[in-house]
Design a binder for this molecule. Structure first.
Ligand code: IMP
Length: 183
């Protein structure tokens, strides 16, 4: 079996987290910073599957890709699979405005890690429940400044490195590592 895995994404922040989490399982990952066109679909699974195939075709080695989203209960699961677009357009301030005055702030992040080596395709998922904060906190990336995972009163941004103890990404990658190390 090939040892190294390539993580394909435009997002270097994701790579740094993936690398740090998988290194605790002695799995080394390198980074291919490429843009992967995502299919339009209501299913994160479908998007992750196609993204892994596209990435493998571009990179030519075994790859993992990630597809994730933030699902806010009071907004019917929005932004969900549109999280990336909504982050670029509304941003964290826009999300807080949509929830202004709302006591129900529960939300969750979901991550799907898809592995593909040209033959075998495997998907591992992870979820973290939490809530949307009342203000945008300092630091982090993406929605980190407004997401508070259950079990703390701090946002992902405020948790800094300890984010990885709670994150959807960590949970999906732990499942992936268990599968991969037996594969
Ligand atoms: P995509 O899977 O790259 O399309 O990411 C979906 C969106 O969710 C992006 O806008 C990211 O900024 C956001 N996102 C995904 N994971 C995280 C995270 O761990 N923290 C903050 N934002 C995240």
């Amino acid at each position: 079996m090939e040892k190294n895995i390539t993580f394909a994404s435009t997002n270097q922040n994701k790579f740094l987290e993936v690398q740090s989490i998988l290194s605790t399982r002695n799995i080394s990952v390198d980074f291919s910073q490429i843009h992967l066109v995502e299919i339009q679909s209501d299913s994160l699974e479908g998007i992750a599957r196609e993204k892994a195939k596209t990435a493998f075709a571009k990179v030519g080695r075994q790859v993992i890709v990630e597809d994730d989203g933030l699902f806010i209960d009071n907004l019917g699961g929005f932004p969900g699979q549109y999280s990336s677009f909504v982050f670029r357009t509304l941003g964290n301030d826009g999300i807080l405005k949509l929830l202004a005055g709302s006591a129900k702030r529960s939300a969750y992040f979901r991550s799907l890690i898809a592995f593909y080596n040209g033959i075998t395709l495997s998907i591992s998922d992870g979820r973290v429940d939490g809530r949307i904060s009342d203000r945008v906190t300092e630091g982090g990336w993406g929605y980190d400044p407004i997401f508070v995972p259950d079990g703390t009163n701090l946002t992902f941004a405020e948790l800094k490195k300890s984010k990885n103890e709670y994150s959807h990404r960590k949970r999906a990658l732990e499942k992936f590592a268990l599968w991969y190390l037996k594969f």
